[in-house]
Each structure stands twice: as C-alpha cells, then as structure tokens.
Design a protein around this ligand. Structure first.
Ligand code: 5GP
Ligand code: MN
Length: 337
C-alpha cells in the first residue's frame, strides 16, 4: 500500500474534530517532543482531542517545555482514536509499545495513519505521508504548517519548535542547518522562544551521572581503520558504576566525531545480554543512514542508529568491520578524502 501525499490542508482536515494519538518515537529527542507538543496545541485549536504518548521515559531535560508533564505512558491510555499521527519517524516499529494500542483496534476501527517526517524513508506505513528529507527537523515542517494554516503559535509552542530545530541541528552546527533554519528560528524567537534559555536547559543542566558516563566512554574510546573510525562502548556495568541510565548516553557519540582525522564515530550501548543500541555519526562523506539500514536501523546521512540483536562484543566486531570496509571502499572509489 502506498501512502497518499499529505498536504497542509489534508493535515488540518484529518486532525479537525478527531481523537488524535501522537506517539513520540523510541528514545525521544527534542524534535520528537517539540513537534508532538506543537501539534497537540494546534489540535486544540482544531477542536480535536490530542493524546501525546511515549513508550520510553521522556527525558527530564525537556521538562521545561509546556505540556511535557501531560505526556502519557501507553498503559495509561485507553479508548479509541480516529487518527494516529507519526512525527519524526515513519514506521510503527519506531513507536515501541504504542503500537499495541493501534494493533488492538477492532477491524473497521483502525485509526487513519498520517506521517510527517524528515528522515529519508524507505518503507513507510500510513494512509497519508508528508516526507521532506531537506528539512532540518520535523519541527521545521510543523512550524511551516502552522504558519500556512494560520494556527496560533504561543510562546510555549514557539519554544517547543525552536528546541526541536536547535537540537536536531546541534544548535545550528550540523550540515542540515540552512538559511531557512535560521529564518524559521528567528521567527520563533520573535514569537517568544529564548535561545539562551533553551541552550541552558538542554546543554547546561547535566546530572553528575551523565558527566561520569561521558568520562567513562571517553576513557574507553578506541580507534580503527588507521584512526578514521573512533568508537566506544558502554556496558551495563558502566551504567551501574556511574549511576547513569541509557538516556544519559545520548550525545556522547558527537564527542568521538570531534577527534581530528575521524570520519566515522560509533557508540555501542549494551541494552541487555542480547541487544545492543548503536549510534553512528560521520563527518564528511560516509552515508551512515545506509550503514545503519544494513543493520536494520536508519536515520540521516550524518547521524543514524540501529538496535541490533547480539551481545555487545559480537555487534561491535560486526559493525567496526563493516564500517571500516565501507570507508576503505569509499576512499578507493576516490569519493572520500
Ligand atoms: P541516535 O543515534 O541519536 O539515537 O539517532 C540518530 C538518528 O538515527 C536519529 O535521527 C534517529 O531517528 C535515527 N535512529 C536511531 N536509531 C534508529 C533505529 O533503530 N531505527 C531507525 N530507523 N532510525 C534510528
Ligand atoms: Mn528529527
């Protein structure tokens, strides 16, 4: 089944007067949370009833965003929904346990599925799709939609959208940052977003556990492929020793990429004895979305991830070998540096 194109008018029409389920994606980030809170606000102006739900715990880093406290866990959500709106992801496998809420709907009562995403999508679910791989963040798309549709953007909503854009662009540093990113952000600041405040909340209120796990990860960092691959790993005992949770490991991989000469940075996080979360970042030319897809994951050309089956040692061996091989191939092909 291929999805129909979701136009701004369609999206308004689909949401109007409906019961709308808005899941965050697993391991929710600023863009997932920001876009969900903004759409939930838009829904209230469209006489619809939004429910924002998250399978994974929502990082307290984002608790400064109005509406954060109303995000529910799947076990606390009941009833039926007319619409399932996937933001910042385009597959049911990315919404964790929220999928069960959709699967248990009786035939004929299945919600309509609409997708708004800026990832290059392979296979997609859904009846309606708005995909824009040129957008730096899903929050850019939602901002454009709200402006286009004349939907009010309060200071709180501006902050949520600004936060999604800022976090997905590494605070305007990643290659996805464009003139349009700055133009939208400037408008959001006019509407009430406060850049210093957002930076402070997101980047300068770390817990000691987060700093300790960062230290541990940097200490354990190794290189491969003549220094072009930098990698590290976090085991369950690293988490226990430092008192950190897996969400405290978000962002560590960006530090690895900052080492001179590195093209590919990888972090392995042991989920349990049989599952490992892998995050990939590249600097200039390696397509890590493709690399992640070869392991069942996905993402963007310079930032991607995968949840893999296998012990951390097995996964590490497989990924470092494949990553190093792909780097050599790129370089032999003359496309690399
Ligand atoms: P991170 O490494 O920060 O978790 O994720 C980097 C990017 O890759 C994000 O855009 C995220 O959506 C995507 N990503 C991370 N893990 C997965 C995964 O298991 N599957 C897919 N499709 N995308 C992922
Ligand atoms: Mn995003």
């Amino acid at each position: 089944m291929s999805a129909r194109e979701l136009t701004p008018e369609n999206l308004r029409e689909i949401l109007s007067g409906s019961r709308v389920l808005i899941p965050l994606h697993v391991a929710p980030d600023g863009d997932s949370i920001g876009s969900a809170l903004a759409v939930a606000s838009a829904c209230r102006h469209l006489d619809s009833k939004p429910t924002v739900v998250s399978s994974d715990p929502v990082p307290t880093t984002y608790s400064f965003l109005p509406g954060w406290e109303a995000i529910r866990r799947p076990e606390r959500v009941g009833g039926q929904f007319d619409v399932l709106l996937l933001l910042d992801c385009s597959s049911l496998s990315r919404i964790g346990r929220v999928r069960e809420l959709v699967d248990r709907a009786k035939p004929g009562e299945r919600p309509l599925i609409a997708v708004v995403d800026h990832h290059r999508t392979g296979e997609t679910v859904g009846d309606y799709l708005w995909s824009d791989a040129g957008a730096a963040a899903t929050c850019e798309m939602i901002f454009d939609w709200m402006i286009d549709q004349g939907l009010p953007i309060s200071g709180g909503v501006a902050t949520a959208l600004y936060t999604g854009i800022a976090t997905d662009t590494g605070f305007y540093a990643f290659p996805n940052t464009s003139a349009g990113t700055f133009r939208r952000s400037a408008q959001l600041v006019q509407l009430g977003a406060r850049p210093h405040h957002v930076h402070q909340k997101v980047n300068e209120e770390r817990s000691m556990a987060e700093i300790r796990i960062l230290g541990r990860a940097l200490e354990k960092m190794r290189v491969a492929a003549g220094g072009r691959v930098a990698w590290t790993e976090i085991t369950r005992s690293d988490l226990t020793d430092t008192g950190a949770g897996t969400d405290d490991t978000e962002g560590i991989v960006n530090h690895l990429r900052s080492v001179a000469g590195t093209e590919l940075a990888v972090i392995f996080v042991e989920m349990d004895t049989e599952h490992t979360k892998v995050s990939f970042r590249s600097r200039e030319y390696l397509d890590v979305a493709e690399l992640a897809r070869s392991f069942g994951g996905g993402g963007h050309a310079r930032a991607a991830g995968a949840k893999m089956s296998g012990s951390i040692a097995e996964v590490r061996k497989r990924v470092i070998e494949t990553g190093s091989r792909q780097l050599r191939l790129r370089e032999a092909g003359g496309q690399g540096k």
